[in-house]
Write a protein that binds this ligand. Structure first.
Ligand SMILES: *[C@@H]1O[C@H](CO)[C@@H](O)[C@H](O)[C@H]1NC(C)=O
Ligand SMILES: *[C@@H]1O[C@H](CO)[C@@H](O)[C@H](O)[C@H]1NC(C)=O
Ligand SMILES: *[C@@H]1O[C@H](CO)[C@@H](O)[C@H](O)[C@H]1NC(C)=O
Length: 317
């Protein structure tokens, strides 16, 4: 009798997660006037963010399938690799810190669309398979690695901090592809995984690949800079210098954080527009609608000055 009940309860919880119609009932406590929650596996560990809807409440398997519709076709280079479950599992670690759980449901959905927009554009093979087959934006998560690397991306400058392992290549891998020994080293250190000796883990484990990408999204690339997450959800308040550099809270500045002058401050360039197009496409598919992306100067970074490393400007901001 008792075990039967347990089974039923377990099934009810699983169904709630699967359908996303009902969120897991959170444990709640109040600490110093703040409401903190714990929602079990997806949002664990007493956080105010866990009181809000979690990602699987508003973003479900079928939506993931819609966004990345072509990823398992035979011509896709990483067919069979990426799936919804690995994304949600990876995201679970960051939801207590606000990933997809900051602000209301609209902001949360927009953040997931924004993050996945970056991922989709960096892993797309849409350029090659084009318009006849679902359009160029349907091909996100086609790759999980750089196909024909021309070098091993070993920078000797970091030989004491992140020395290259002989015979190992640090070409692009992952959901927001990582290049160079120092980036593998830094990411591996943060995730407590030996990526410096085993960069291939990122092309063998989709959960780890998503985890590395979400970590990048949630973490400032340089000291005294905001993270893409902070910029997007509005945790970041621009300084006077930022405003003069046309860096506003929103999607445009996430590109500045992640790619700097490779994408931003270059005018109306393809490298920028490709990322924006994926974000807008995903907003539509998720039912949010691209009109929620906001005005042009928030969405793009074509006129933004790239973030600098100037210690003087950083120190006073
Ligand atoms: C939780 O969601 C509400 C709106 O539903 C929002 O006002 C609040 O800021 C969110 N909490 C956090 C910590 O972001
Ligand atoms: C894949 O990575 C995740 C997250 O780091 C880890 O928990 C899991 O054990 C890994 N799976 C395998 C098969 O190594
Ligand atoms: C603004 O930028 C100028 C020039 O780059 C720098 O000298 C100054 O310290 C910065 N001020 C702030 C508040 O960041």
């Amino acid at each position: 009798m008792e075990s039967k009940w347990l089974l039923l309860l377990t099934m009810a919880t699983l169904m709630a997660v699967g359908n996303g119609q009902e969120s897991v009932k959170p444990l709640v406590k109040i600490v110093k006037g703040k409401k903190l929650c714990d929602k079990g596996w997806e949002c664990k560990g007493w956080s105010q963010y866990c009181c809000n809807q979690t990602i699987s409440d508003y973003f479900q398997t079928y939506q993931f399938e819609n966004l990345f519709a072509k990823r398992n076709t035979p011509v896709a280079h990483a067919a069979g690799f990426w799936d919804y479950h690995s994304f949600i599992t990876a995201a679970a670690q960051y939801q207590p810190h606000g990933f997809g759980t900051t602000g209301g449901k609209l902001m949360s959905m927009k953040e997931v669309a924004a993050f996945l927009g970056h991922v989709g554009s960096k892993t797309s093979c849409g350029g090659g398979y084009g318009v006849a087959t679902g359009g160029p934006l349907a091909w996100g998560l086609c790759y999980n690695k750089e196909m024909s690397p021309s070098k091993v991306y070993c920078d000797d400058y970091y030989k004491y901090t992140y020395p290259c392992t002989p015979g190992v290549s640090y070409h692009g891998r992952g959901a927001l592809p990582i290049y160079w020994n120092y980036n593998y080293g830094e990411t591996g250190k943060a995730l407590k995984v030996d990526l410096l000796n085993h960069p291939e883990y990122l092309e063998n484990n989709a959960t780890l690949a998503f985890q590395a990408a979400i970590w990048r999204w949630m973490t400032p690339v340089k000291k005294n800079q905001p993270s893409a997450h902070d910029v997007f959800v509005g945790n970041w308040k621009p300084t006077k210098n930022d405003t003069m550099a046309k860096r506003l809270p929103g999607f445009g500045t996430t590109m500045n954080v992640l790619y700097g002058d490779q994408v931003c401050g270059q005018g109306d360039v393809d490298s920028m527009n490709n990322i924006i197009s994926h974000y807008l496409y995903y907003l539509d598919l998720m039912g949010v609608g691209r009109e929620e992306a906001g005005p042009h100067d928030v969405l793009t970074c074509e006129e933004q000055k790239p973030f600098t490393v100037s210690p003087s400007s950083a120190a006073s901001s």
